[in-house]
Design a protein around this ligand. Structure first.
Ligand SMILES: CC(C)(COP(=O)(O)OP(=O)(O)OC[C@H]1O[C@@H](n2cnc3c(N)ncnc32)[C@H](O)[C@@H]1OP(=O)(O)O)[C@@H](O)C(=O)NCCC(=O)NCCS
Length: 132
């Protein structure tokens, strides 16, 4: 019987459309930030029942510290009234991101040892709970 050929490769620009189809079909929330008709950032999260895990958020370098990350956080936090907890991981040295998350009520609840590679670093686990 013929074996299937499997490869795990870096994504390229031309793969984005197919990747997007898979992401959209997997319960992910994927928002873009558009400034004067130009995409300058995105936020990606995954909802499972009443829990949302924020997977990544990024703003183009020359558009940072202008409040755009905050606008995306505001948007994602307002998408549903039925979320009990938002969670995420962040490099413990990522001061701008930690500042953004703390601004929106995320608290540090733990550490994942060596969660990140290149460079190796611990990840902070942060949550924002809507539970009483
Ligand atoms: C993290 C990131 C998305 C923040 O986006 P941004 O548009 O610059 O954020 P904002 O301008 O809305 O700032 C929000 C808050 O973050 C904090 N912050 C932003 N930049 C900061 C900096 N350079 N130093 C310290 N705190 C900073 C502040 O608390 C700020 O609130 P304030 O302006 O009311 O004081 C952006 O820095 C980025 O794209 N970083 C690279 C990707 C990344 O690290 N993503 C996180 C992965 S977990």
């Amino acid at each position: 019987m013929k074996k299937n050929k499997l490869e795990i490769l870096d994504c390229k620009e031309y793969d984005i459309e197919e990747i997007f189809q898979i992401v959209s079909a997997s319960g992910s929330i994927f928002l873009k930030c558009v400034l004067d008709n130009v995409i300058v950032g995105y936020i990606m999260a995954r909802q499972v029942f009443d829990e949302v895990d924020i997977i990544n958020v990024a703003i183009k370098k020359d558009c940072r510290a202008m409040g755009l990350g905050s606008k995306m956080m505001e948007k994602i936090l307002s998408l549903s009234d039925n979320i009990s907890i938002y969670s995420l991981e962040v490099r413990e040295s990522n001061i701008p991101a930690i500042g953004l998350y703390e601004k929106f009520g995320f608290k540090r609840i733990g550490i994942r040892k060596n969660y990140y590679q290149s460079p190796k670093e611990d990840g902070l686990i942060m949550v924002r709970s809507n539970r009483c």
